[in-house]
Design a protein around this ligand. Structure first.
Ligand SMILES: [Zn+2]
Length: 69
């Protein structure tokens, strides 16, 4: 049986938030890299998947979506 340290728990928390932010962002298109719904953001220069949940513009678009729709 494994016990998590406080630091590890905080890390897991951050990970959960990372993934839920990514899930939210995936419900809208990305204005920055033009990733369609359900597709992860890519780095517009290298074409690799972004190491962040999504581009900030995409997260902002999601957060405004509820208000506009
Ligand atoms: Zn993007």
């Amino acid at each position: 049986m494994t016990r998590y340290s406080a630091t590890e728990l905080r890390h897991l928390d951050a990970l959960g938030e990372f993934q839920s932010t990514r899930q939210d962002a995936l419900t809208v298109e990305c204005p920055r890299c033009e990733a369609p719904v359900d597709q992860l953001c890519v780095n517009t220069i290298t074409g690799e998947l972004l190491r962040a949940p999504a581009h900030p513009e995409r997260i902002a678009r999601f957060e405004r979506k509820d208000v506009q729709a």
